[in-house]
Design a protein around this ligand. Structure first.
Ligand SMILES: *[C@@H]1O[C@H](CO)[C@@H](O)[C@H](O)[C@H]1NC(C)=O
Ligand SMILES: *[C@@H]1O[C@H](CO)[C@@H](O)[C@H](O)[C@H]1NC(C)=O
Ligand SMILES: *[C@@H]1O[C@H](CO)[C@@H](O)[C@H](O)[C@H]1NC(C)=O
Length: 396
């Protein structure tokens, strides 16, 4: 059914979908308060200009060809007959093998982690009953517009089955789980995410763990790279996710929006593509036809690990509940640090001369200690604003 080219990657091609429904009844029901994070989905936002930086340390940029070569080398160590044609499903995968063959190199699906989580038993009824009256940060998409709302969870649940290809909802809430310890503790640590230098970040600017992602059918993300080029994990608890994953080095084929910033207190470049790879406009984006990608369908109980540098887009083929996380470890910390420097949070020249010879943890600590105070202050304020906006209170 699915044709693969000889290197196991598919050539980009697509079809189109049609539109229907209106969310009018829901829009009346919900309380409206705009949150900060919906930018990712909002195609009409204006982008800020970038500061110009000189690049003294090009070695801190991901070299994907070198990564692939290393993968080939490492493969000799393992008896496992590696496929190069798609995303492998692995269980009982040792941390060393994960680092050698997948991390910062190639995506992988882990099949024996999510099922050990108490969270794997979460149901709609449980959330409705326990948290129905509490607000969640939701994106509502109507045709080409997307807006962030804070809605009572029971409202979201009530309308979840009315989605159409052009009218759908997506809970993307960064604090719902972490602010509820009884939920947070149902998501267990795994060996693949244990080493995480984000833990060394001051809490004001540390990315939140365990983002709640609960999408109606048809909900999707844009084609993007995660903030700071981190390594992403996505654990599906219920439903099915279709992924398109693009090996690094194809920015020029993906019409990456130039000079875009995330707008975070700890600033980063935002690498987003305007292409909807599930219905690409080939007249507008002719070079996209030359892009290669792998496609995979992720089921409940599976965790996908998306390596640093891979553009990805997700499409929920049915109602899907998932938890995403991020990792900064020995295999990607250079790129994360590079992205932080590149975005102008501090200057290279402020780093000590021996910086690049220090241990990874040491580098992270030093860089964090050199950040201007205002970054942390702004981080603190933004977090509070975000939490308040979900609760439906405006801080200003
Ligand atoms: C991060 O990803 C973007 C998008 O592909 C790429 O242009 C950039 O070089 C990457 N950064 C690093 C430090 O590798
Ligand atoms: C898991 O892998 C280890 C070696 O890494 C092996 O000793 C063990 O038997 C494996 N367990 C299962 C259930 O396959
Ligand atoms: C959710 O809870 C509300 C009451 O708050 C109830 O009316 C509704 O039927 C429930 N929905 C589901 C899907 O359980």
């Amino acid at each position: 059914m699915k044709k693969s080219s000889k290197n196991g990657l598919k050539k980009a091609r697509g079809n189109n979908t049609k539109s229907v429904l209106i969310w009018a009844p829901l829009l009346v029901v919900i309380s409206i308060s705009l949150a900060v994070l919906w930018e990712d989905l909002n195609t009409t936002k204006t982008e800020k200009k970038l500061p110009i930086q000189t690049d003294k340390h090009p070695e801190y940029v991901l070299d994907f060809q070198a990564a692939l070569k290393e993968r080939e080398e490492q493969l000799k160590k393992y008896k496992h007959d590696l496929q190069t044609t798609g995303v492998e499903r692995r269980s009982n995968l040792s941390l060393q093998e994960f680092w050698d063959l997948y991390d910062a190199k190639w995506p992988v699906i882990i099949t024996d982690v999510v099922n050990t989580w108490p969270a794997s038993k979460w149901t709609t009824e449980f959330f409705n009953l326990t948290y129905g009256n509490e607000n969640v940060a939701t994106s509502i998409v109507e045709g080409t517009t997307s807006e962030g709302f804070s809605v009572p969870l029971h409202g979201f649940i009530k309308y979840i089955n009315y989605a159409t290809p052009t009218s759908w909802m997506y809970v993307m809430d960064e604090v719902f789980i972490v602010s509820r310890p009884e939920l947070h503790k149902q998501i267990l640590p795994s060996i693949y995410t244990e080493e995480d230098f984000f833990k060394l970040f001051p809490k004001e600017i540390r990315p939140w763990d365990c983002m709640l992602l609960w999408g109606s059918a048809y909900s999707q993300s844009p084609l993007h790279i995660d903030p700071y080029n981190w390594t992403g994990t996505n654990a599906v608890i219920k439903g099915t996710k279709k992924w398109k994953l693009f090996p690094p080095g194809q920015d020029h084929l993906l019409y990456v929006i130039p000079e875009a910033m995330c707008g975070f207190p700890l600033e980063c470049y935002k690498y987003n593509s305007p292409i909807n790879t599930f219905a690409p406009d080939q007249t507008q984006y002719p070079l996209y036809n030359l892009a290669t990608y792998i496609e995979v369908e992720q089921k409940a109980g599976e965790m996908l690990i998306i390596p640093t540098g891979w553009f990805h887009q997700v499409y929920n083929t049915e109602e899907t509940l998932a938890i995403s996380n991020q990792v900064m470890n020995r295999n990607n910390y250079r790129y994360v640090l590079k992205e932080i420097l590149k975005a102008g949070n501090l200057l290279h020249k402020h780093l000590p001369d021996n910086f690049h010879n220090l241990s990874p943890k040491h580098q992270v600590r030093i860089l964090m200690s050199l950040l201007p105070k205002r970054v942390l202050q702004e981080g603190e304020k933004r977090s509070q604003d975000y939490i308040n906006s979900i609760k439906g209170q405006h801080s200003t």
